[in-house]
Design a protein around this ligand. Structure first.
Ligand code: ADP
Length: 618
């Protein structure tokens, strides 16, 4: 279980941010393009099942236009072809030409006659700009033809560089028209009534998953192309039929799509998911084939896409929360593989699942979770490294400090055993050993206290002690060090007040300041100790004439293990934890510490401590 601490909250926030970024990215145009390309790849890998085709294209190709008299003579040529086909009883005839204007009256009459004989004639209409600016209107076949039509359909495809979908419905204001291919399909059915629900169209025994929200768009299940890349739907041109009337038999019981395939005349060429260009009439015939096959690709509901993305983000989060190292990376990789494969597996099951959103959610959350955990682990490592370094320094410090009393004890005991000393001397030496070992014990005690103090495990003693006396004791202890460097210890009057707190720790702090003042001063200088008090607090100052510190160093000296370059150069620098401890002790007593210093000008350390009862921290 996630423990709800700050770290877990940070982790969750990171994951949530990654998720949101990826989701928002999924709504961009770029994501749409990626989804499109992925769709095409999956479409080619898993094309719709092939079945017997029910349509034939009556193609107006280059040859037909040339030989039969060009576009001007087209209507007559078309009439001739349709008249030849009619006796073969095609199921429907869909004409992908917008016959919106009358032409040569004789030709129109002839075409009308042919239309009248064509079963389930479907004519085409198109949306064009209306007379008033900004309006649109239907461009429909002239009434002469229209009255013979079973239906008038629209010939719009989805305006995308690659034609993947066909909107079954198009409307100009209240005048709604079905797609040409759908009308042709209705023409083949006994009961052509359409039942409309918000999610689908039902006609005959077919349920077409075309939602009202998307203009009833359906994915076109283009039949797989032949090995030469051409559409598998048979083409017979006007010219071929003109030359060989027996070809009419090929239209028997078929749905006929009539349209221009000539390179020079066909305006409506679009790319298919197979990567080939296709003319409008071929696209309509393909759409008819996919509608009549009833094998539809359905878009996955939005909620499922979001749920799947959430699942991926959660999986990425869980993987990097519960596992470390290579295990986490392998599992993270599996999350990515799932994100990449799922859309394809679903596609094979005829569900169109967006590719970009789940994929980017998986990548971004896996990367986010991995880097978050990486940095957390690193931070922990750095922390434990500094802790162990600190510990080593502390040990170093103690052993170093212990050397002086130990040397004294060792030397004295040696004296006692080697030489025959009189009682007087013996007593002196025994006293020295006693006082040094007590000092040693006190040191160990102090050190342990300080360790516990910084861990926050120690309760401070809360007893009164006289400031002046404590200070004087420290000065006496430091005097031998000063004498060695011929440094004068100048005592100014000390306030005769009583502090409340831990005397031993406070002594440690005072002594440390004196020790530093002596250490970081050249020989034959003066260290001054003084102070004063009012009702509230006592001020104690230790001033030296030593090497001093600059502004930048002053900010650092209370950090553990920090030593100034100047101090290191003087050869006196210690472990750099003394002042850290002093500051801790002073703060635990509710006081503050201030330093005034300039390089080469000496330093003055001032302690301000509250007097008994004046807000001392427990
Ligand atoms: P250290 O064991 O190094 O003396 P401290 O924590 O007591 O550790 O002091 C930290 C650093 O602060 C010292 O290394 C030294 O650079 C600087 N410092 C402390 N006291 C003085 C002083 N009186 N004059 C100049 N520099 C000082």
């Amino acid at each position: 279980m996630l423990r709800f601490n700050r770290q877990a909250a940070g982790y969750l926030a990171t994951l949530a941010a990654c998720f949101v970024v990826a989701q928002v990215g999924g709504w961009t145009g770029f994501a749409g393009q990626v989804d499109g390309v992925a769709y095409d790849v999956m479409f080619r890998l898993s094309p719709p099942a092939t079945k017997a085709l029910g349509s034939v294209i009556l193609a107006i190709d280059e040859n037909s236009l040339k030989e039969l008299g060009g576009m001007r003579k087209l209507r007559g040529a078309l009439a001739e072809a349709l008249e030849r086909i009619a006796p073969e009883k095609p199921k429907a005839v869909a004409v992908d030409l917008v016959l919106a204007d009358p032409s040569d009256a004789a030709e129109d009459d002839r075409l009308e006659e042919a239309f009248a004989k064509s079963p389930h004639l479907v004519l085409a209409s198109d949306i064009v700009d209306g007379p008033a600016p900004g309006t649109t209107m239907w461009e429909s076949p002239i009434e002469q033809f229209r009255r013979h039509a079973f239906a008038v359909g629209h010939v719009h495809a989805a305006p995308d560089p690659v034609c993947r979908q066909l909107p079954l419905e198009k409307a100009v204001r209240r005048d709604r028209r079905w797609a040409l291919a759908f009308e042709a399909l209705r023409g083949t059915l006994k009961d052509s009534a359409v039942l409309e629900t918000p999610e689908a169209l039902e006609v005959g025994h077919l349920r077409i998953p075309a939602s009202r929200a998307t203009a009833r768009a359906v994915y076109i299940g283009y039949p797989a192309p032949r090995p030469d890349g051409q559409s598998p739907i048979p083409h017979i041109s006007l010219k071929q039929l003109h030359d060989d009337p027996a070809l009419a038999a090929r239209f028997k019981d078929k749905v006929v799509f009539v349209g221009v395939t000539a390179q020079t005349a066909a305006r409506d060429r679009l790319m298919t998911p197979y990567g080939a260009m296709m003319t409008g009439v071929e696209i309509h015939a393909s759409a008819y084939e996919s509608l009549s096959a009833g094998n539809f690709l359905e878009p996955a509901p939005d909620i499922a896409v979001v749920a799947f993305s959430l699942l991926l983000a959660a999986a990425a989060g869980a993987v990097f929360h519960f596992r470390y190292g290579w295990q986490a990376y392998v599992l993270g990789g599996m999350v990515l593989v799932i994100a990449h494969l799922t859309p394809y597996l679903l596609f094979a099951g005829r569900t169109v699942f967006p590719y970009f959103a789940p994929m980017s959610v998986a990548w971004i959350t896996v990367a986010g979770a991995a880097s978050y955990q990486h940095f957390v682990v690193r931070r922990r490592l750095v922390k434990s490294e500094t802790e162990s370094a600190r510990y080593q320094q502390a040990i170093h410090f103690v052993t170093h400090e212990m050397k002086t009393p130990l040397t004294a004890i060792q030397g004295s005991s040696e004296l006692m055993t080697r030489y025959n000393l009189n009682d007087e001397k013996r007593k002196q030496i025994a006293q020295l050993i006693h006082s040094e070992s007590r000092r040693l014990a006190r040191m160990v005690e102090t050190f342990l206290n300080v360790e516990r103090l910084s861990e926050g495990q120690m309760e401070l003693k809360h007893e009164p002690f006289p400031v002046a006396e404590t200070m004087l004791a420290c000065v006496e202890r430091a005097r031998p060090l000063a004498e060695r460097k011929r440094i004068e210890m100048r005592l100014e009057p000390l306030p005769d007040v009583t502090l409340t707190g831990d005397r031993e720790l406070m002594e440690y702090a005072f002594y440390n300041l004196l020790n530093n003042a002596i250490k970081y001063s050249p020989a034959e200088t003066v260290v001054t100790v003084g102070g004063d008090a009012d009702k509230q607090r006592v001020r104690i100052a230790v001033r030296d004439q030593g090497i001093g510190m600059d502004e930048k160093e002053l900010h650092q000296i209370f950090r553990k293990f920090y030593r100034t370059k100047r101090a290191e150069a003087s050869g006196e620098a210690g472990t750099g934890i003394g002042l850290t401890i002093v500051e801790q002790i002073v703060t635990h007593h509710g006081g503050t510490i201030h330093v005034d210093s300039a390089p080469g000008k000496g330093s003055c350390f001032t302690l301000l401590l509250p007097l008994a009862g004046a807000g001392a921290a427990a």
